[in-house]
Design a protein around this ligand. Structure first.
Ligand SMILES: Cc1cc2nc3c(=O)[nH]c(=O)nc-3n(C[C@H](O)[C@H](O)[C@H](O)COP(=O)(O)O)c2cc1C
Length: 142
């Protein structure tokens, strides 16, 4: 069974809710989601996951969160080549520029990016939660 890591950072829980729903979708598809806050993730274990899903909201200046998530992402960057990766996160306004930048970084690292990153404005409503479950299911089958 594929073990899929779902690793996220969240301040006010919107991205955390997305992470939980995506994990539910992965499990429903018959894979095994390992849901971890980035603070609990050891970058050295990255290669024990068949695929990974990374979640972080848009933070200051359309960027990844600088203190925990950005250093984590840099720490795993050289191990993403050839790996299947999906991205998600919540944002507060605008056109989700942070996600477009993040997709580009992941592509430039030679990872196999699934679809576009999944973005939700603010807290996920019922329809967004359903989309998160679907996203998890489809990524498990990707
Ligand atoms: C310090 C700070 C900076 C933020 N910067 C942005 C930003 O540049 N662009 C944006 O769309 N939203 C921005 N937001 C809004 C968050 O992305 C939004 O509230 C999101 O839902 C937070 O996700 P979370 O509940 O998982 O923490 C910012 C929020 C905070 C607290």
């Amino acid at each position: 069974m594929d073990k899929i890591g779902v690793i996220y950072w969240s301040d006010r829980e919107s991205t955390e809710i997305m992470a939980e729903k995506i994990s539910n979708g992965i499990d429903e598809a018959g894979s095994r989601a390992i849901l971890l806050n980035v603070a609990d993730f050891d970058p050295k274990t990255i290669n024990t996951y068949a695929k990974i899903v990374l979640g972080c909201p848009a933070m200051e200046g359309e960027a990844l969160e600088k203190t925990e998530f950005e250093p984590f992402f840099r720490a795993i960057s050289d191990q993403l080549k050839g790996k299947k990766v999906a991205l998600f996160g919540s944002h507060g306004w605008g056109n989700a520029e942070w996600m477009a930048d993040w997709e580009k970084r992941v592509n430039d690292l030679g990872a196999i990016l699934y679809d576009r990153g999944l973005t939700v404005l603010g807290e996920p409503d019922k329809e967004s939660r359903r989309r998160c479950v679907e996203f998890g299911k489809e990524f498990a089958e990707f």
